[in-house]
Design a protein around this ligand. Sequence first.
Ligand code: IMP
Ligand code: MG
Length: 419
Amino acid sequence: MTTRYRVEYALKTHRRDQLIEWIKGLLAVPFVLHSQPTAVFEPHRETMEQMAQNAQRRYAEIMRDIEELINDHIAHQKAGTHDRSKLKLLVPSVATFFTPLMLHDAFVWQDQRRYISYRRFVPPSFNDIRLILNTAQVMSLVRGGPLDLVTFDGDLTLYDDGQSLTPENPVIPRILGLMRNGTRIGIVTAAGYTEARRYYERLHGLLDAMHVSNLPAALKQNLVVMGGEANYCFKFSDESPDLLKLVPRKDWLLDEMLLWEEADITELLDVAEAALRDSVKNMRLSAHILRKERAVGIIPADGTKFPRESLEETVMVTAKILEMSEVGRRLPFCAFNGGNDIFVDIGDKSWGVLACQRFFGGIEGNKTLHVGDQFLSAGANDFKARLACTTAWIANPTETVQLMDEIAELNEMQQRKLV
Ligand code: IMP
Ligand code: MG
């Protein structure tokens, strides 16, 4: 894609995260004032180290100020006046913070790895800030005591899009490491299947590794798979042929979910299916419609790739039609763009994470981390998890592994401090 097109595409509000864009704007000022782009062709007055030190000090001060604005917002949340915080005025889309964010320390940590302050031509970027926010979140969780629950999205978070969690995946020993520390694990994926076998096929690397591991039996109870966003719950079971056992709905559904009526579910899926069929026709997509018990979607016919714009148009039109419908106001749903498919699911990942928290005995949002790749405000499915817990926004499975190594390193530092 040409740069100009990329810029225009990225300017669309649904493709941007307002908090990240705002932080980017604040960091642009010290970048303009302190970076030394002419040093590449002029004998420089300031050494690289001096420049980097100055820039780092200014960037870090700004991060400290934002950290304090977030603390003020949290104080407002506690007083029931979150809509009156200064941060809310500056970034109207900010919602609930479950914990403070250690932005200053996280900036220093990421700067030591990404050399942001050393850059003379490239200002702090969207990705720099996204990763600083992730680090700030895990620093806060680790310092605040044990991390009780980590939920993971599947596609693009644990494995590549449409692939499976195979035995050589480096995330497996990391998940087992978390479980050894007593952390509960939920795999909260949109992939919706009624049978354990299908989830075994997608997750066999992890499930087989758990099966042969010396993890105590009690700790093996600490993994669940929540499929179809919030529709099918399975727990790990050494005895089951597929290493997963269906948990009856009565054992994990939240009270509010008991009110979801079958007639409404059918009606919502009917509206969604009609909207998808219309888009397929209008956009001339070569697609199959896939109707399931709790979802409806379109997938490419004969393995073609849908144009990105058509996918985005389809998901936005479908979501809008559902939002405007009567049934869409009664029943939660999630319409999202899965990269080369579109799905509408009943419920969303906030319900999926809340159900995992309930299943494990009532874990709080400030002790839960959801790791996912889809956090744009429209057409993305991990976004809703922000209503239930703290989150980390990763861009690919390699970043998930890096984040888990960060958690392990921070945990170790924390334990050394305590002894
Ligand atoms: P996630 O990233 O783990 O949430 O998985 C999303 C992907 O799961 C979608 O892009 C689809 O390819 C796939 N999928 C399979 N069945 C379903 C379903 O019933 N609802 C939504 N997505 C599904
Ligand atoms: Mg995903």
